[in-house]
Design a protein around this ligand. Structure first.
Ligand SMILES: Cc1cc2nc3c(=O)[nH]c(=O)nc-3n(C[C@H](O)[C@H](O)[C@H](O)COP(=O)(O)OP(=O)(O)OC[C@H]3O[C@@H](n4cnc5c(N)ncnc54)[C@H](O)[C@@H]3O)c2cc1C
Ligand SMILES: NC(=O)C1=CN([C@@H]2O[C@H](COP(=O)(O)OP(=O)(O)OC[C@H]3O[C@@H](n4cnc5c(N)ncnc54)[C@H](OP(=O)(O)O)[C@@H]3O)[C@@H](O)[C@H]2O)C=CC1
Length: 457
């Protein structure tokens, strides 16, 4: 019998996304002598560059896709093992190609991807089907949604500065034929099925991609509120059904979508942007991982799963420790980095028999991003998540300029939404962290004539 040589490693990290790569970097710098393996499905890894701590909890950074050799050169004891992958950018190309010929698309979903797509897609009519009464339910309340809506109705400003992050494309034939693109995955974006295992894309994923349809228009977005997809069918099916006689104005489209509000729309294709599903499948067989309701691997306050010595971080895990009242998990780039870093620290501390406390970054939820070309900062319980009816909201809004919302509970600030160049993030972060009683200030807190920064210094 052939005697296969087995290589063993002290640490094996699966996944070359932000969580996995940050974990490897942390481990390799804490224990330089440790043999570490990084197993990843894609040919490239994601690296954090230009990291900037904006305030105590807010951070900004760029993410670069790099050939994995860059990481191996940095850490001599690191071995990167690739398994087969279906390309990520090939699908983006496919999306672009289809979009370039499209006159109308239907976008389903009301989260980050849908928000970005409806704004970025030009030259194509967009029917946006949302379950809720307002757009962007995962990030905004109805007030913020109202503030943002005019941006969809106006022509877009001149193109922003081009993305400086390098992008890589893998050469692999893309499967064709489907009229539905999905973005509902954990470790895949714009994939066709649950088996793809490329990275989640993250900020600027649409930069450098021409999201332009066949028509000479900027935006043409119609929002269909409070509805879901009831049925998707083809042209032939429509012709055979009684609906054709009922709705001859439907025209001749490759695919039709019937919504639960009884409207039917013909379109070139449907984009499903309905959330991510943690890609735990490969890990579950033969193991007894405890899986959370959202499908993630449950982790404790040391990022350890229910299986001894197995840690998880990023999109694949669900934080199941007793959480700070001001933090919640959202599957975001920033949290993937923080969790990967902290998991690496915990893994090293375990080997070195050192104590480790839950990192400060899990004290307060904070996220900086951009929607509809506005800077957006979200802090704490920005959407009153989990708060009782006794909480209070203060709002200041200047159309087309800024939207500021503060969430108060028991007179203390517990969350905030800042849209536009408000310059309030650091002061509000401090007010949330120090839990100062703000009752005496009342609505003055948002008085634009008061320099709040000086006020609380
Ligand atoms: C379209 C899109 C836009 C987004 N935009 C933003 C944004 O603007 N801001 C933001 O904060 N977040 C954004 N996100 C979310 C963000 O990208 C993710 O939260 C983050 O990338 C998760 O990082 P991760 O390392 O946990 O997982 P991933 O980046 O998904 O990395 C997982 C890695 O594991 C590998 N892998 C998976 N399965 C296997 C396996 N079985 N064997 C070996 N390797 C495997 C993959 O190849 C990949 O390298 C976006 C997500 C998407 C899909
Ligand atoms: N700039 C940023 O920070 C961005 C972040 N991201 C992140 O990337 C990940 C993927 O984004 P995305 O796919 O938009 O996921 P999200 O979780 O942000 O949003 C999914 C949306 O789809 C809705 N939905 C779920 N099921 C259905 C259904 N059957 N029919 C209609 N609507 C449905 C959800 O409603 P409900 O909430 O009621 O279930 C929710 O509005 C997320 O973690 C997101 O936070 C993505 C893009 C930009």
């Amino acid at each position: 019998m052939e005697n296969k040589k087995e290589k063993t490693f002290q640490f094996v990290v699966v996944g070359g996304g932000i969580a996995g790569v940050t974990c490897v970097e942390q481990l390799s710098s804490q224990i330089p002598s440790a043999d570490v393996a990084l197993i990843t499905a894609g040919p490239h890894i994601k690296a954090v560059t230009n990291y900037k701590q904006v305030s105590r909890t807010l951070e900004e950074f760029d993410v670069e896709e790099q050939p994995s050799s860059v990481l191996e050169e940095k850490f001599p004891n690191l071995t990167i093992i690739h398994s087969a992958v279906k390309s990520l950018h090939t699908k983006s190309h496919e999306f672009q190609k289809r979009l370039s010929k499209a006159k109308r698309i239907v976008i389903v979903g009301n989260g980050g991807i849908a928000l970005e797509l409806v704004y970025e897609v030009e030259g194509c009519e967009v029917i946006w089907a949302v379950k809720d009464k307002a757009i962007g339910n995962t990030f905004f309340d109805a007030g913020a949604a109202q503030f943002l809506i005019p941006s969809l109705e106006a022509d877009k400003p001149q193109a922003a500065a081009p993305c400086k992050r390098p992008r890589f494309t893998t050469e692999e034939a893309a499967p064709g034929g489907s009229h539905i693109f999905t973005a509902d995955r954990s470790s895949q974006a714009y994939g066709h099925g649950p088996t793809d295992s490329g990275s989640a894309l993250g900020p600027d994923w649409h930069e450098g991609i021409a999201l332009r349809g066949a028509e000479q228009v900027s935006h043409r977005v119609s929002v269909e509120y409070q509805c879901e997809v009831e049925k998707i069918f083809t042209c032939e099916e429509l012709h055979k059904s009684p609906e054709q006689t009922l709705r001859p104005e439907c025209g001749d489209w490759p695919v039709y979508v019937r919504l639960t509000n009884a409207q039917t729309f013909g379109c070139d294709f449907v984009v499903s942007a309905t959330g991510v599903v943690p890609n735990t499948e490969p890990f579950l067989q033969g193991n007894t991982f405890v899986v959370a309701d959202d499908g993630g691997l449950q982790v404790d306050d040391h990022m350890m799963t229910s299986e001894a010595d197995v840690y998880a971080a990023g999109d694949v895990c669900t934080a199941c420790w007793e959480q700070s009242p001001l933090w919640q998990q959202m599957r975001l780039w920033t949290q993937a980095r923080q969790m990967g870093w902290y998991a690496g620290r915990c893994m090293a501390a375990h080997i070195l028999s050192e104590p480790v406390e839950l990192d400060f970054c899990f004290e307060l939820f904070s996220h900086i991003t951009k929607f509809f070309n506005y800077k957006v900062v979200l802090l704490g319980k920005f959407n009153s998540q989990g708060l009782g009816p006794d909480h209070e909201l203060l709002v200041r809004c200047t159309k087309g300029q800024e939207y500021v919302k503060v969430v108060l509970s028991g007179g203390r600030m517990v969350g905030a939404v800042l849209i536009g160049e408000t310059d309030l993030e650091e002061t509000f972060e401090n007010l949330i962290l120090n839990q100062m009683d703000l009752t005496p200030y009342g609505e003055e807190l948002l008085n634009p004539d008061i320099d709040i920064e000086d006020y609380f210094d």
